[in-house]
Design a protein around this ligand. Structure first.
Ligand SMILES: NC(=O)c1ccc[n+]([C@@H]2O[C@H](COP(=O)([O-])OP(=O)(O)OC[C@H]3O[C@@H](n4cnc5c(N)ncnc54)[C@H](OP(=O)(O)O)[C@@H]3O)[C@@H](O)[C@H]2O)c1
Length: 177
């Protein structure tokens, strides 16, 4: 597994709308509250690495900490965590390659990488092993992009594609080296 991205995008490749909003992720009716493989995915990872902006988005949901795995929040500005998060969340800072080495050394080998800027940094250093991308049938026309410029092309191999709720297309790709 290694470093994995698991993310919902618009057809035009945005992960949040122009206001940072995520309401469009709920646009597809899901009458049976199918978790779309989310719990199984979380079971397979050791920890989460997320950008500060994504962390603040999750805090804004106001539902407590929803993840069952240790979370490392990348930030150079956050000084304190909100009360009650100390055991579950840790703030880290620095170059992603060094962060990765430190986390692997601590036994966190399979990492869920989350947040646009964060994912793009890992990709630009060729540090993503798997991409799981769930495309929703909407064009947002702007917002936070999933992908950006890379120093060189990165080839992935297709592992599986599943149509979810007859509306969304979830594709899994593995880095091909
Ligand atoms: N569609 C989805 O499934 C999905 C999933 C996740 C997130 N999102 C959305 O994406 C948006 C957030 O993405 P984003 O691109 O704005 O930001 P992000 O990656 O969540 O956070 C960016 C911040 O992370 C910190 N950071 C990143 N790399 C760092 C490093 N190496 N060292 C120290 N700090 C580092 C910096 O925080 P400081 O400024 O504090 O230094 C930076 O401003 C939110 O709107 C969120 O809701 C959508």
């Amino acid at each position: 597994m290694g470093n994995i991205v698991y993310i919902g995008t618009s057809l035009d490749g945005f992960i949040a709308d122009r206001n940072g909003g995520l309401e469009w992720l709920e646009a597809v009716p899901n009458p049976d509250n199918d978790d779309l493989g989310w719990e199984k995915f979380l079971e397979g990872i050791d920890a989460i690495v997320m950008g500060r902006k994504t962390f603040q988005t999750v805090l804004g949901f106001g539902v407590g900490w929803p993840y069952p795995k240790k979370t490392f929040v990348l930030s150079s500005t956050l000084e304190h965590l909100p009360a009650g998060f100390e055991g579950e969340v840790e703030i880290i800072n620095g170059a992603v390659a060094g962060i990765l080495r430190a986390l692997n050394f601590r036994g966190y080998k399979n990492l869920y990488i989350d947040g646009g800027t964060t994912i793009r940094q890992f990709l630009s250093e060729d540090l993503i092993d798997e991409l799981i991308i769930n495309r929703l049938p909407i064009l947002l026309g702007g917002g936070v992009p999933l992908f950006g410029e890379l120093p060189e092309p990165l080839l992935f191999e297709h592992v599986q594609t599943t149509v979810l709720l007859n509306e969304m297309v979830m594709s899994r790709y593995r880095r091909k080296k």
